[in-house]
Every structure is written in C-alpha cells, then in structure tokens.
Design a protein around this ligand. Structure first.
Ligand code: ZN
Length: 256
C-alpha cells in the first residue's frame, strides 16, 4: 500500500475511533441525566411515607380515645343510676361527685379529641396534595424515561454503525502500523497528528527541517521526535481529499 493510502486509512481509523468513544460516552451518560429527578422522587416518597405513618398513628390514637369516651359514657350512666338510687345524703353526695367527675372527664377528653380531629382533617388534606405532587413527579420521570429509551436506542444504533465503520477501517491498516497506532492511542489519546508549517500539531514542537522535507516526499511514515505520534504534512494529505462532500453552489436561475 502506498504511504499516502496508509496514512489515509490510519486517519480514517482515528476519526472512527473518536466517534466510537464519543458515542460510548453518550450511551453511558444518558441514563444518569434523570438521576436528579429520581432523587427528588425518592425524597418526596420518603416524606410522604413518613406523613402517612404519622397520620395512621393519629388515627389509632383517635380510635382509642373514642373507645375510652364510649366506656366513660357507660360508666357515667351507671353513676347517674347510682345517684338516682341514693338513699341518704352521704350516698347522694358521693354519687353526685362521681357523676360530676365523669362528666368533666368526658368533656375534657371530647375537647382534646375535637382538636386532634381537626388537625387530622388538615393533615389529610395536606397529604392528598403531597400525593398529587409525588404522582406528578413520578409521571414526569416515567415520560422522560420513555423518551430517553428512544434516544438511547438511537444512540446505540449509531454506536453499532460507528463500530462497524471502525472495524472496517482497522482491517485496512497494515498490521505493523496497527500496533504502533494502538500503543500511541492508549498512551497519548490519539496517534496520528498533522504537521502545519513545520510544527507537529500533536505536541506543538517545530520538527527538524530535514524531517519536514522527508515528510514532503511521502515515501515513508515518520514519527514526531518529541511526542512519537505518526506525522504527515497536512497540506499534502488533506488538500488531496475529494471534494464530493461539498454541495455545489446554486446555479443562477434562468430568466423567465
Ligand atoms: Zn509531536
């Protein structure tokens, strides 16, 4: 293979490798984009669960209080009966005090229960509104996840195509250069660098003039003495690229 062709396939490989790496990065990073929303949802759900538990406790307390009041009303009835059956002033006085005490106890407990019941109604309303918030965030996340799935599928398809392209480029590169290419890529990020006006664009060092002259002949593949990248004179290689990718400018419209 001609040196020019070898350099061209090495550059194709390098371009494909960059594309594959970018797409791989995008595929990995995409799902993480919804993490903040997931965290919000988790936080809201935890708060909601805590509120529900508190409300359930209040409800249990309310029931217990109501049972106590019911029992006290029963025992008030008994006390009232005793009062009616009083045979002397001593019994009368004792029964009367008992009735008063029970009435007071019931009144106090009722007042407390009423306060708690009112707070319960408010808390229930708040809980319902928070539940609505949580379900809003949940459906936002679900719709984003659905959209992301399509996006991810698209990226994966692009990645598969890029990998196929990269493999095809690799197959064209001579074995001896492939090893050098891989070593340089893993050590330096990329392996092939253009030289512009005698300066290696990989490390920005001016090449020795005789090396620059050798590069002009394009008879061999050379490496930069400083960064060891494979180098080529940009104007010789990229100037020779076919220009089919550029659309031809619009032809002037014929006069009608
Ligand atoms: Zn260099």
């Amino acid at each position: 293979m001609l040196v020019r062709e070898q350099l061209e396939v090495l550059l194709q490989l390098q371009t494909s490798d960059v594309k594959v790496r970018e797409l791989e990065g995008a595929v990995t990073q995409l799902p993480a984009k919804l993490d903040p929303l997931r965290r919000d949802l988790a936080k809201l759900t935890t708060m909601l669960d805590a509120e529900k538990a508190k409300l359930a406790e209040t409800e249990a307390w309310r029931k217990t209080q109501q049972d106590l009041i019911d029992r006290e009303r029963e025992s008030l009835k008994a006390a009232q009966h005793k009062f009616q059956q009083s045979k002397n002033s001593k019994e009368y006085g004792a029964a009367s005090r008992e009735v008063d005490n029970k009435r007071k106890s019931i009144t106090d407990r009722d007042a407390e229960l009423k306060k708690v019941s009112e707070a319960f109604v408010t808390s229930t309303a708040q809980l319902e509104s928070r539940e609505k918030d949580v379900s809003g965030v949940r459906s936002e996340l679900e719709s984003n996840e659905a959209g992301q799935k399509d996006q991810l599928d698209g990226l994966k398809a692009q990645l598969a195509a890029a990998i196929a392209e990269r493999d095809a480029a690799r197959a064209k590169v001579d074995k001896q250069w492939l090893k050098t290419y891989d070593t340089l890529t893993s050590k330096k990020g990329y392996a092939v660098a253009p030289v512009i006006k005698g300066v290696c664009q990989g490390c920005h060092m001016a090449l020795p003039p005789q090396l620059n002259n050798i590069l002009a002949r394009m008879e061999s593949i050379e490496t930069c003495p400083r960064c060891a990248r494979l180098v080529y004179r940009k104007e010789l290689l990229e100037g020779a690229q076919p220009v089919t990718a550029n659309p031809t400018p619009d032809a002037p419209k014929p006069e009608s």
